[in-house]
Design a protein around this ligand. Structure first.
Ligand SMILES: Cc1cc2nc3c(=O)[nH]c(=O)nc-3n(C[C@H](O)[C@H](O)[C@H](O)COP(=O)(O)OP(=O)(O)OC[C@H]3O[C@@H](n4cnc5c(N)ncnc54)[C@H](O)[C@@H]3O)c2cc1C
Length: 450
């Protein structure tokens, strides 16, 4: 029997994005009184529009999968990575590959626990986040939009406090446990000074939506609604192409800081210059119409020294952010919520919210995010290896497992171990045929300590 006492709420959640809404959904479903404070009034635009299948498990747990179907989001059956070896400036390492200029995967090639369909979704985050937060409310969570949490006092007696402003008046609620799901604002991580910036992945992204972009490419006739990653002839830089509706497509460029123009005025021109290096994309994009202002996201990879402590836990981007090349963010937020709430529900039962109660969450999340991080690092370090593994029947299914977001059950998957060994041997052997293809992001520069 859970003893729910005189704090205003058992759990206070900062942020109503996917991480906060999923946390609220799981807790409400378990009968634990919780409150979400969301700074914005939904719907609001947000980055992070393409999911991986590991999200499905959470949607099913929370009885939300039918709503996903009803909402009519484009179905995502797989992913395609393309390069254009015919472009004059092009010098991508894929030139080494016999199979030409693209690689692709289909999610249905591998069964996944808790996932009962061959596809996942691409979403308009404005619409998705609204529906998902409303769903948490329907499950019983209290939700306040337009309320920005300004600080957290974890040491207040008898219970921690979440402070916020109503008009000019500062107010607070008392809670027994705080979940920070404030995204890249990392409210609690900043306050506790536990954030470590990633010295390697300091990417910038510049993105918008286009109406009428012809997604159907005759070279890949059955893949119009896949996510496409189009490589640019510039190190560590790529274009995403994500279906948002039947006619709207999200297009963004991710690059390293040194390639990103300093001034806002230069960025739009830079966007088009980059797109022109991929004539196949440019030809279709120039015939379509931009329907949103350009937006940028900058300098965004970091970890936290710990993701839980006495009476607090960090879920989603509030706890860690890694490069979005494999569309991992929302899946990590949702599965982080799944893992954190399993521990929080047990902690509520025994009335003990000290850090050891969240040990399983911390350990499992550490495995998952480290696996993602290592996979991404090796991808950038030796891109040809990723492509080779995907095309090699010995490794394809194991790589697909990672791409499905199925990363939480093993400390280090065997396929990652194998990739690491190969990268190390290529690094150590200047005569190796791949040595000249090594990227400039090194594997060992960033070791999160939680
Ligand atoms: C360039 C780029 C591309 C990406 N592409 C993908 C992709 O294709 N697929 C994918 O899965 N992920 C992608 N991501 C990552 C994805 O955006 C995030 O991982 C995901 O949104 C994390 O969810 P969250 O709930 O943790 O945080 P968020 O979605 O950021 O939600 C946090 C919420 O907290 C609210 N908030 C913040 N501060 C406060 C406060 N003080 N008080 C109250 N509320 C507050 C915010 O308003 C927001 O609504 C991408 C990210 C970037 C930068």
């Amino acid at each position: 029997m859970i003893s729910m006492t005189n704090a205003d709420f058992e759990v206070g959640i900062i942020g109503g994005g996917p991480g906060g809404a999923a946390t609220a959904g799981y807790l409400a479903k378990a009968g634990i009184p919780c409150v979400v404070f969301e700074r914005e009034l939904f719907p609001r635009p947000h980055i992070g529009e393409s999911f991986v299948p590991a999200t499905t498990r959470v949607f099913r747990d929370l009885d939300f999968i039918d709503e996903m179907e009803k909402a009519g989001f484009p179905k995502k059956f797989g992913a395609v990575w393309t390069a254009n070896s015919k472009a004059p400036t092009y010098s991508h390492d894929w030139d080494e590959l016999p199979a030409g200029d693209f690689a692709d995967i289909r999610f249905e090639e591998r069964e996944q626990e808790g996932v009962d369909r061959r596809y996942t979704y691409h979403v308009d985050r404005g619409k998705f986040d609204l529906l998902f937060l409303q769903h948490a409310h329907k499950l019983g969570a209290a939700v306040y939009e337009g309320v920005k949490v300004t600080s957290v006092d974890l040491n207040a007696e008898p219970y921690p406090r979440l402070y916020f402003k109503m008009g000019s008046k500062e107010m607070f609620v008392t809670v027994k446990m705080v979940v920070d799901a404030s995204g890249r604002d990392t409210l609690l991580g900043n306050q506790l000074r536990i954030k470590i910036k990633d010295p390697v992945f300091n990417q910038f992204a510049f993105h918008t939506w286009f109406e009428g972009y012809e997604r159907l490419d005759p070279r890949y006739p059955d893949k119009a609604d896949y996510i496409f990653i189009h490589f640019l002839p510039m190190t560590n830089s790529w274009i995403w192409q994500i279906p948002i509706t039947d006619t709207i497509t999200s297009i963004g460029i991710v690059t390293q800081r040194q390639h990103f123009p300093k001034t806002r005025e230069d960025r739009e021109k830079w966007f088009w210059d980059c797109i022109m290096t991929r004539p196949d994309v440019y030809e279709r994009l120039r015939k379509s119409e931009r329907v949103r202002p350009f937006k940028e996201e900058g300098d965004y990879s970091y970890a936290m020294k710990q993701v839980a402590g006495d009476r607090w836990a960090l879920v989603g981007d509030a706890g860690r952010f890694v490069d979005p090349i494999f569309s991992s963010g929302v899946s990590i937020a949702l599965n982080g919520a799944r893992l954190a709430t399993a521990d929080i529900i047990r902690a509520a039962e025994i009335g003990d919210y000290r850090r050891p109660s969240f040990e399983t969450f911390e350990r499992t999340l550490r495995w998952g995010t480290r696996n993602w991080y290592d996979f991404i690092t090796m991808y950038y370090r030796l891109n040809v290896l990723f492509t080779m593994f995907i095309q090699d029947p010995r490794y394809r299914i194991d790589v697909l497992k990672l791409l499905q977001g199925d990363v939480y059950d093993e400390e280090t998957p065997e396929v990652l171990r194998k990739m690491k060994d190969i990268v190390t041997s290529v690094e150590q052997n200047p005569n190796h045929v791949w040595h000249k293809l090594l990227g400039d992001l090194t594997c060992t520069a960033f070791k999160p300590s939680f």
